[in-house]
Design a protein around this ligand. Structure first.
Ligand SMILES: [Zn+2]
Length: 175
């Protein structure tokens, strides 16, 4: 997958598995926590520790280190991987929420093309905007696939009715 943010890797000092759900986490730069934690939580970080991101949707933990965990209510933003809301961003830098992606796709636009243009123009800031601390393009592409699969054309006819509402069953516009 494409990536727009570089981060130093020092695997030896990283706690790799989430202490709550035990799934493997992914290293995040400290600047991501500094940017996205609420002040009371930010006051508890240790700049000498390494932090990782837990992407498990059913786990409350967003960041963890050897000594500490930060749950999703400790962040200033809602976390895409842990919040199914349609108004939650998939791309945080350019505010592509689930809803906006679905709407763009209904208009036959490709959000990933828009995001790629911004990335190529050097405008993205995933490490300070996106809780996962890295590029969102993989998430956007994966989300677009879930929208497409629910839009399954059984016949060729549907394929040509591009304006047909593509409300996906997994992401209903109204609950
Ligand atoms: Zn976890």
């Amino acid at each position: 997958m494409e990536s727009c943010c570089q981060m130093p890797v020092n695997e030896s000092s990283i706690m790799t598995n989430c202490p709550v759900c035990h799934l493997k986490g992914k290293r995040v730069p400290l600047i991501t926590l500094k940017s996205l934690l609420k002040p009371t939580s930010l006051e508890t970080i240790n700049h000498e520790e390494c932090y990782a991101f837990c992407s498990n949707p059913s786990c409350e933990v967003v960041y963890f280190s050897h000594s500490k965990t930060f749950s999703k209510d400790m962040l200033k933003v809602r976390v895409y991987q842990k919040d199914e809301g349609l108004d939650v961003p998939v791309c945080y830098c350019f505010n592509w929420t689930r809803e906006r992606i679905i709407e763009a796709m209904q208009d036959n636009e490709r959000p990933t093309d828009h995001i790629r243009e911004q990335v190529q123009a050097g405008r993205c800031g995933c490490e300070v905007n996106n809780p996962q601390g890295s590029c969102c393009l993989g998430n956007v592409a994966a989300f677009m696939k879930t929208v497409n699969t629910n839009h399954t054309p059984n016949t060729n006819e549907c394929f040509f009715h591009k304006k047909k509402k593509a409300t996906p069953s997994t992401y209903r516009l109204h609950d």
